[in-house]
Write a protein that binds this ligand. Structure first.
Ligand code: PLP
Length: 387
C-alpha cells in the first residue's frame, strides 16, 4: 500500500503542528476548568489562555480592541451571528456567487424570514469578483456586503481592499468570510476597510475543530440573536451588551482555544508568507503537472496570482466522485469531491451538471513528493479507458 497522502487541507488542515496536539493535551490536563467563572488559580490560568488568544487574534487581524474578538465554534457560527445580527426587515445585502453555503444559506433564510433583499454578483472568467460590479448593486437600503475572501473551490483571493473602500465610502458594512484565507494571506482590518471578520480555527489557523469566531470593528454593533450565561453579572436579566460577552454564550471551547493559540504561535514562528510561499510553490507544481495530462480540465486561472493552495479539476468523461474513489482506494490519497458546499460556483463553472469536481488542498506539511505522487496518480487514472 502506498503511504497515505492528505490533500484535503481545504476541508481542514491535517496534521496539525505537533505543538498544537501537545499544548492542548498539556493545557487541558492542567487547567481544563471553566474560565472566567471563579477566582481560584486554575480558573485564572484558564481565563488567561482565552484572553491571550483573543489578543493574539486581534493582532493577527490588525484589530485594536481585543474584547471585540468574540469566540464561537467555527465560521458558520460566526457568519450566522453577524448576518442575523446585522440584517433586518427591508435591508438589502450584496454578496457573490463564490460564497460557501455558510453565507448563502443564512442569506436565503433571511430573505425568507425577514424579507431581506439579496443580490449575488458573479465572478469573472478568472474567478474574481469585480468590485465595481458590487458597487453597481448598492441601493439606499444596502446594509452590508459579505464576501468569501478566498474561494474553497477555485482558490482565488478576492480584492477585499477595493471592495472594502467602496463600502466604507458609502457607509455600508463589509463582512468577510475568512475561512480559507486566515492563516494563508494577510488580513488587515484597518487597511482592508473591514467591519467584521469571520474565521474558523481548524483550517489554516491550524487549531482544532469547534473553535472560531469573529472580530467586530469598534463603532459597529451586532444585535444579539442568542442569550445565556456569561459567568459575570448573573443577576442581570438580559444578555450583556459589552464585548466580548455580547456575542459569546455559555462555556467556551477551552481546549479549542488552547489549540488555536498554539497554532497561531506556530504560524508566527514560521511566518505567514513563508507558509504561503511553500504552499503556492507546491500548487504551481501541481497545476503544471496536471496540465500535462490530456484529459484534465482545470478550474483555476493560469498564473495563480492572488490565489491560495486549492486546486479543482475534472477528468473529461469521468465523474469527480469516481476519480476521488480511485485516488483513495488505489493510491491512498485523500481529496474532496462534489460541490464543496459552494453550489453557485459549480453552477457558474457548469460543473454542477457533472456533480462537481475533484479538489486538492495543499497544506504546510505537504511536500514535493506528495505532489509528484498526486500527479502520477491522476495520470494513471486518466489513462483508464473512457466509458
Ligand atoms: C469559504 C468557506 N466558508 C465557510 C466554511 C465553513 O467553515 P466551518 O465549517 O469551519 O464553519 C468553509 C469550510 O469549508 C469554507 O471553505
Amino acid at each position: 500500500m502506498n503511504p497515505f497522502i492528505f490533500l484535503d487541507n481545504g476541508a481542514t488542515s491535517y496534521p496539525k503542528p505537533e505543538e498544537v496536539y501537545s499544548f492542548m493535551d498539556k493545557f487541558y490536563r492542567k487547567a481544563g476548568v471553566n474560565p472566567g467563572r471563579s477566582g481560584y488559580d486554575l480558573c485564572l490560568e484558564a481565563g488567561e489562555i482565552v484572553e491571550k488568544t483573543r489578543k493574539q487574534l486581534t493582532l493577527f487581524f490588525n484589530g485594536t480592541v481585543p474584547d471585540r474578538l468574540c469566540f464561537g465554534y467555527n465560521s458558520t457560527d460566526a457568519l450566522n451571528l453577524a448576518l442575523w445580527g446585522l440584517l433586518g426587515e427591508g435591508d438589502h445585502a450584496v454578496s457573490t456567487t463564490i460564497e460557501h453555503n455558510s453565507v448563502l444559506r443564512p442569506l436565503y433564510h433571511l430573505a425568507r424570514d425577514r424579507k431581506v433583499e439579496v443580490d449575488l454578483v458573479p465572478f469573472d472568467g478568472r474567478g474574481f469578483v469585480d468590485p465595481e460590479d458590487i458597487e453597481k448593486k448598492f441601493k439606499p437600503n444596502t446594509r452590508l456586503v459579505v464576501v468569501n475572501h478566498a474561494s474553497n473551490v477555485i482558490g482565488t483571493v478576492q480584492p477585499i481592499r477595493d471592495i472594502g473602500r467602496r463600502c466604507r465610502n458609502r457607509g455600508i458594512l463589509f463582512v468577510i468570510d475568512a475561512s480559507q484565507s486566515a492563516g494563508k494571506v494577510p488580513i488587515d482590518l484597518a487597511a482592508d476597510f473591514l467591519d467584521v471578520v469571520c474565521f474558523t480555527g481548524h483550517k489554516s489557523l491550524l487549531g482544532p475543530m469547534g473553535i472560531g469566531g469573529l472580530y467586530v470593528r469598534e463603532g459597529v454593533d451586532i444585535r444579539q440573536t442568542r442569550a445565556g450565561g456569561t459567568g459575570v453579572r448573573s443577576a442581570q436579566k438580559l444578555h450583556l451588551e459589552e464585548y466580548p460577552y455580547r456575542l459569546e454564550y455559555g462555556t467556551p471551547n477551552l481546549s479549542g482555544i488552547a489549540g488555536l493559540h498554539a497554532g497561531l504561535e506556530w504560524i508566527e514562528a514560521q511566518g505567514l508568507s513563508t507558509i504561503h510561499h511553500h504552499e503556492m510553490a507546491l500548487t504551481k507544481k501541481l497545476v503544471a503537472g496536471l496540465k500535462e495530462i490530456p484529459r484534465v480540465i482545470l478550474y483555476c486561472q493560469d498564473d495563480l496570482t492572488n490565489h491560495i493552495s486549492v486546486v479543482c479539476f475534472n477528468l473529461e468523461g469521468m465523474e469527480a466522485a469516481d476519480v476521488g474513489t480511485m485516488l483513495d482506494v488505489d493510491h491512498n490519497i485523500a481529496c474532496r469531491t462534489g460541490l464543496h458546499c459552494a453550489p453557485l460556483v459549480h453552477e457558474q463553472l457548469g460543473t454542477d451538471r457533472i456533480h462537481g469536481a475533484v479538489r486538492f488542498g495543499i497544506g504546510p506539511f505537504n511536500t514535493e513528493d506528495h505532489i509528484r505522487a498526486a500527479v502520477a496518480a491522476v495520470r494513471e487514472i486518466a489513462a483508464t479507458p473512457k466509458r
